[in-house]
Write a protein that binds this ligand. Sequence first.
Ligand SMILES: [Zn+2]
Length: 436
Amino acid sequence: MGLGAGPAIAAFLLAAAPLAAAPGGGTAAVVAIRAERMIADPRTDRARPALVIVEDGRIRAILPPDAPVPEGARLVTLAGVTLVPGLIDTHVHLTSNPGLNFLEQARITPEMATATGIANARITLQAGFTTVRDVGSGRMTAFAVRDAIARGLVPGPRVLASGASISIIGGHADVSGFRPEVNDVLASGATCTGAEECARRVREAAKRGADHVKITATGGVLSQQARGLGLHFTPDELRAITATARSLGLRVASHAHGDDGIRASVEAGVDSIEHGTFMGADTVAAMRRRGTWFVPTLMAFQGLADRVGRAIYTPAVEAKAREALARWGAALRAAHAGGVRIAFGTDAGVFEHGRNGEEFALMVEKGGMRPREALVSATTGAAALLGLEAEIGTIAPGKAADLVALEGDPLADPSAFTRVRFVMAAGRIVSPGEPH
Ligand SMILES: [Zn+2]
């Protein structure tokens, strides 16, 4: 699915001044962005005009719109759009694409998964997401994608990656459904039994280069196991995971659908609950009390809704998908009303990468959030969950120059998030790219 923005982005870039020659003959290191409407801090600010000065990948100053453009700077004029901080998606799977059946998934090599991740990183960036948290990938694939982007080899958002999800044997992140010896070959090696082995898996993840830890605390919709969506780990195992992660400076994201698994994860001290499908009232209260983040992933449900009843899923998966779909938006509505902190996350990979921005309208329509609250969840909220508040989340001097311009007013109409007209990541204007 395309962004629907290719021609408009191209038209915009024609309006941008050509690169000015800098002293010494290179291209200008300073970019001045004159924005008709800018929301610098989504928590508090109204849209206002501004001149944003970017240098060496960072925001250097925010000036009045009629301030003089620094000599030698490249001027970019953004009219008819709203400039907001670069968007953050805290739940993606860059190395996966949706809609593959059971056998097709088993044929994907790590090399192909890495290539897929590089392609999806570019698509995600073009959709306005300048930072993503990858929460589940095979072997070293997402680390390779992350590092290739960080080294400037390929375009993409800033990536934080967990590597393989930690799971119980036969759980959501294990491989089931084939002959036992085939399951063994395909397995991630990240399953554990008992507190000691679970602590070991966390240390192994840290050693491989994980930025955070992802666990699957309950069953999951898309894995080939028919044991429902309830709690998998023991309380001891969960506590061993969170304590070990904390000792290594890593935060823990817990995939949890059943209320028992959400509650046990919260009590063990995880940082975020992913999906949260059957979240009960007592659990909402516990999350608020402990400051646990909720990552709603409403687009994951969209991915299921697009595929149920089409003979893509096995019977075990089809039954779980229907059970989860009956609860679409209910957990966000309860968590939001109950004062739980919400961080934006979509589960891209379960649906087509690049459609991440559709989550905003779902948060408003199905989750009962105001458009401004949805924007906060994808900027300052998500930045806080990632521990990157000093670097991203607002447009402010000293922060990374991650900027997105949307056609329309995102505070009035959340569909504006699907109309991305300009993206800057770490000070670089992202090339418009062809429709995909
Ligand atoms: Zn996921």
